[in-house]
Write a protein that binds this ligand. Structure first.
Ligand SMILES: C[S@@+](CC[C@H](N)C(=O)[O-])C[C@H]1O[C@@H](n2cnc3c(N)ncnc32)[C@H](O)[C@@H]1O
Length: 323
C-alpha cells in the first residue's frame, strides 16, 4: 500500500494525503509547515487565526504520529511560539527526545529580544524502540590560521579526529541565503540540515516523509543518502521545481560504502559508528595532538559534487551542483 507513494512528490492537501497512508508505514516524518507569519508563498495564505492554526496543526501532527513506524521519529521545524503548543500535544501521543535549537537569525519581531533560533522538535514514536545514531561534525577552526577554536589544553590527545558529537544546539548550519542556491520559495531549508536529521534517525532504504515538501529539500537529502522519500505539497510550482531538481540527483553522497553529508566540498556530518570504516580514507595528524593546527584531510583529494571523483579508488560520489 505504501509502495504507490514511494519516491514521489504528490500534489495535494497534506491532511487528506496523510489520512490515506497506512499506520506505521514510514520511518521518519519531518514537517516544516507554514509558520503563520504572513509569508509570501506562491498561492497559499499564511495568515490563519491563532486557534485555527493550532487546530489544523493538531490534525496533521496526529496523522504524522500515526503513520510513523514504532521504531521511527518525528521532527517538526517551527518558531518557538508554535512549538510550545505542538509539544504539549505531541507529549500525549509520542515520546519527547529533544528540542533542537537551530541557530539561525530571524527577522526582528518588534518589541522583543532578537529571535536567533528556530526549534526542531524531535519525538520518538516509542522511546524504547526508537532508531537513533550518534553523529559528529567537523572541529570548528579559525578560518585564517586554521587552529581549533577551542583550547583543549592537555586533552588534545583524546580528541576525535573528525570532530565532536552533535549536541542539541546546531550552530554550524546556515540558512540558504545566496540567490544562486535558492529557489523562488520564501523558506527553503538547507539540504545538509535534512541530511543530518536523516543520518541520525534512519538507515539506507528507509522511508522519509515530508508533508510540507516545499521545493523538495527533504526528498533531495533522502535521495542523496540512499533513502526513499514521500513528499506532499499544495503548490504545483514548487512540485515542478522539486521534480526537476530530483531528476538531477543520485544516491551518491558517500565515501566508500559510508553515507555522509557533504556541503561545499566539506564532509559536514558523519555517524559515529561509521568512523572506523571512514578513517582509512583520511590522513590524520600523527601524533593526534597536532590536530590543533592540522585538520584531517581526505587522502585521495577533496570531496566535491562539482565533478566526478569515481576515478579515485576509494570514492563513490558525483553530481553536478550542490546547494
Ligand atoms: C515552510 S514551507 C516548506 C519548505 C521546505 N522545507 C523547503 O525546504 O523547501 C511550507 C510548504 O508547505 C506548503 N503547504 C502549506 N499548506 C499545505 C498543505 N495543507 N498541504 C501541503 N502543503 C502545504 C506550502 O506551499 C509551502 O511550500
Amino acid at each position: 500500500m505504501i509502495d504507490q507513494y514511494i519516491d514521489q512528490i504528490i500534489q495535494g492537501d497534506c491532511l487528506a494525503l496523510l489520512r490515506a497512508l497506512p499506520d506505521d508505514s514510514v520511518d521518519v516524518a519531518f514537517a516544516d509547515p507554514p509558520f503563520n507569519l504572513k509569508k509570501k508563498y506562491n498561492r497559499l495564505s499564511d495568515d490563519l487565526e491563532f486557534q485555527e492554526y493550532l487546530d489544523w496543526s493538531r490534525q496533521w501532527l496526529a496523522e504524522m504520529a500515526r503513520v510513523v513506524k514504532p521504531t521511527g521519529s518525528l521532527f517538526v521545524h517551527n518558531i518557538p511560539k508554535w512549538l510550545l503548543y505542538f509539544s504539549a500535544f505531541l507529549n500525549e501521543i509520542a515520546d519527547f527526545k529533544h528540542w533542537i535549537a537551530w541557530d539561525a537569525p530571524t527577522s526582528p519581531m518588534g518589541k522583543s529580544l532578537q529571535p536567533a533560533h528556530y526549534g526542531i522538535l524531535y519525538y520518538a514514536k516509542n522511546r524504547r524502540k526508537n532508531k537513533f545514531y550518534e553523529i559528529r561534525y567537523p572541529h570548528k577552526r579559525c578560518r585564517k590560521c586554521g587552529y581549533l577554536h577551542k583550547d583543549y589544553g592537555g586533552k588534545k590527545g583524546k580528541l576525535h579526529p573528525f570532530g565532536p558529537l552533535v549536541s542539541d544546539v546546531w550552530m554550524d548550519i546556515h540558512r540558504v541565503k545566496h540567490n544562486k542556491y535558492r529557489d523562488e520559495h520564501p523558506c527553503q531549508l538547507p539540504i545538509h540540515l535534512l541530511e543530518r536529521i536523516i543520518l541520525m534517525s534512519t538507515d539506507e532504504g528507509d522511508i522519509v516523509l515530508d508533508p510540507f515538501s516545499g521545493t523538495g529539500t527533504t526528498a533531495i537529502a533522502a535521495k542523496r543518502l540512499g533513502r526513499h522519500y514521500i513528499g506532499f505539497e499544495l503548490d504545483p510550482v514548487y512540485i515542478t521545481s522539486s521534480k526537476n531538481k530530483l531528476a538531477q540527483e543520485e544516491p551518491n553522497s558517500r565515501i566508500g560504502r559510508v553515507w555522509v553529508s557533504i556541503f561545499r566540498d566539506e564532509i559536514v556530518t558523519v555517524r559515529d559508528k561509521d568512523w572506523p570504516e571512514l578513517a582509512p580514507y583520511f590522513t590524520i595528524p600523527d601524533p593526534i595532538q597536532r590536530i590543533d593546527s592540522t585538520p584531517i584531510t581526505l587522502s585521495h583529494g577533496k570531496v566535491s559534487r562539482e565533478f566526478s571523483i569515481d576515478s579515485l579508488p576509494l570514492f563513490n560520489h558525483k553530481t553536478k551542483k550542490q546547494s
